[in-house]
Design a protein. Sequence first.
Length: 278
Amino acid sequence: MTTIAVPRTILERWKRPNVSWLAVRVWQRNRDVFNNIWKSEAIWPFVEPVLTLLALGFGLGSFLDLERIQSDAQFLRPGESYIEFLGPGILAVYAMWMASAEACWGTYFRMDQKTFDAILSTPATVDDITSGEVLWAATRSLISVGAVFLVALSFGALDSVLAILILPLAVLPGVLFGSIALCYAAIARSVSSLNYFFAAYITPQFWLAGVFFPLSRQPDWVGWVAWFTPAHHAVEVYRGLARGDPEWSHLVDIAWMIVVTAGFYALAITLMRRRLVK
């Protein structure tokens, strides 16, 4: 029987991840760099959420007819202010922004500056690098959510003790968006091309994931499109916890994110092998 010879390099790219404890060392390398520049990095997670919550939560919220829209249980619950509706959504999308920025811009610059080439001269593998980058993106997501959490809490945007569960759950969208962004960074051929990822994929989710208004008031197709976006599921889970009213459907949201995370992580492994293995 005739067999088709497949190049060994292709087979290697599709084998299961070869991840060791050295992935943690990659994470530690990024952490050490962050420890030296954290003061300049800290301004965005604090200042922008403050401005957003002030401008939209208090500014725009003061123009809303709260008594009328509280009749729509999917928008405001009885006694709930607009900033309480807005706060959990802001937490979710800032997890998205920070993980995506780190795994897209940060990873690309480390590739461009040959940092990964230096790491590959050690026993670490491409899969260790990929896993370490995803772990670091999740860590940046957790740091960002922690900062925004304090801001939202000080503004009275979080009304339930269950909101504290948002902090550990920040790791899941961090890994998810880190894996997605890493996939794009692995195929980007110039730094300017990274703008397409944020303009066409991240920014639409910021506005259309249900952060600022309920999707139930939009055309049906908007809701269907939103359901396939990761940010929407994070917003739903965070809002349920912040309201102290988690639902069984939120387990579906978490399961959706876990399954999609696994798929994009596997894809990131494959694309990074193709990019870094010469």
